[in-house]
Design a protein around this ligand. Sequence first.
Ligand SMILES: [Zn+2]
Length: 344
Amino acid sequence: MRAVVLDRWGGDLSVETVPVPDPGPGEVRVDVRACGVTRTVENAIGGGLADDPGLTPRIPGHEFAGVVEAVGDGVTGVEVGDRVLAYFYLTCGDCDACRRGDTAQCLDFGGWYGVNCEGAYAERAVLPAENALPLPDGASFREGAVAADGVATPIHVCERADVTDDDAVAVLGAAGRIGVHVAQVAALRGATVLAVDVGEERLAHVESVVPGAIGVDASEGDPTDRLAAAAPYGDGPTVVVDTVGKTQPLRAAWESLAMGGRLVTLTTHHDRSLDVPLKEYVVTEASLLGSRYATRDEVVRAARTVADGRVEAVTTGTTDLPGIPEVHRRIREGETHGMTVLDP
Ligand SMILES: [Zn+2]
């Protein structure tokens, strides 16, 4: 079969012919029908998740959906012919966190699909049966690939911040792959959405997907006062979700927060921080929350929200397998917006 192979972390991607993998005990093989080609994978390719040379060469890719075509020994609950989408984390299933359902907090974390094992930039992919989650008939494979991370992560964010219909949620990077779905999930919960991004075109895109979203153009100077004014009660957003990780807008968003506000960060830049004097937390009763991918349950729910149309799975293009290295070059050069999907 054809697959895209990374020679070393931070190295080159090439299209190669490799043997079709057989599922081992507890594993299933999936006929890959759609896979997200995204900045998260680009981060993994660059060694941002793991950089052990022993893990390469490696087939990357984790945000995918397809049809189960073979099952290994001992697999129960997943059958040949099942439509599935993939859970990104390799978790133990036995620790306290896994047992209570907080699988993103697994205490015996085995790493990432497509990093610590072969991924889905391929015609076929093998994964642990417990990582193959049900894709409802109402969802296309493209929608399943988006749900696997692009919608599941926003659901986890909204759970972390306990977003309700009384919230005004400012989304930094609202036109991006994650941001546009955070905006939708927050709106689905009844919150007022303040869409923060750069330029009219990107804001118009968000407003077309999320009716009622209030655009705030971050290219027009410090947005602190405009964010506060755009919130329905004039005292600023109650929740800020940062999908970008740029220090200046983050600081402005922090200062715009309403009393008791929550700032959720989900970027993994190693070298950036938000410098906040401890007194500010006390005086405003503000919270800074980290959000780490999603639980299995949230991925299942993400698939359901796209299947019945509560959330629109937003993508900006498709590619075939040979086109993947070029898509990653464009992601690296900052030439792409939104999400490209592999259609093998
Ligand atoms: Zn665990």
